[in-house]
Design a protein around this ligand. Sequence first.
Ligand code: ATP
Ligand code: MG
Length: 300
Amino acid sequence: TAPARDRLRIAIQKSGRLADPARSLLAACGLSWRQSRDKLFCFGESLPVDLLLVRDDDIPGLIADGVCDLGVVGLNELDEQAKARRQLGLADAYRPLRGLGFGACRLMIAVPEDWDWQGVQMLQGKRIATSYPAILSAWLQEQGVDAQVVELSGSVEIAPKLGTAEVICDLVSSGATLAANQLKPVEVLLESEAVLAGPAHALDDARAGLMAMLLRRLDGLSKVQDQKLLMFSANEDRIDDLTRLLPDATPLLRLPGAGEGAAVRLQTMCTGTLSWQRLEELERAGAQGLMVLAVEKSLV
Ligand code: ATP
Ligand code: MG
């Protein structure tokens, strides 16, 4: 078994789409680092949590080998490597712990624009270029389609032009890259986003506590992301009407101390959007002194 360690190690992408959002998210969780000169390893200052800056493809393997305890990686990459391990008969080595709400994209089948798409049976006997051979072959099998998977490590979208494949299976976000190559997306294999990945089995030393704390802080962040604190006063007899106007809010909490005249001071947490129009509606129903506050942190 691996030796006990008392510092947690998190792998994130060194540069690329996930690099900045991963760093910002971890910083929002209260982590900070001393920048090392080679910039591959960042020593944690505020907490015993260090960063390893790597290529995203390497992250699942680093977790599998126990070199890192956690990683921020696209679900697409994690899922591909997990399926590849399974196809080789290896045990599961990592799992997604939390979706992180950035890096959203879809793994999709794209065909030449001039195809009249009739469904997956059109892929029968075709060559499909992809960087995700394990996910693609598992999906083809599920669909009962027999096609040839052509593995490419990059620039998959030009394969049809080069004649190496008729069809591609690649990540799509805006669809601009596909359109620029006269391709259109037709089937979704995976809805992906960046995830915090961890080992398949729980740690049993000091790192377990650090990991639990980090997860709790992450949950606190994602919980407050679209929450607003709404404060106002109202007369006692308006409270039922106002509650009906706030179906997406927690029960109204009465604050101690009287408001003006017969009014009570109230507050609630709201998850929906509090537009100007909605505030004006609440005001017409008897709310006074409405105030909307953003929530920054929460431990609940
Ligand atoms: P590295 O040098 O680390 O290997 P990369 O070129 O493989 O970088 P990026 O292009 O930075 O990786 O993409 C990283 C992740 O961003 C992808 O694995 C995916 O989860 C996500 N992503 C979001 N939108 C897109 C998109 N339109 N194309 C590719 N990846 C996307
Ligand atoms: Mg990569």
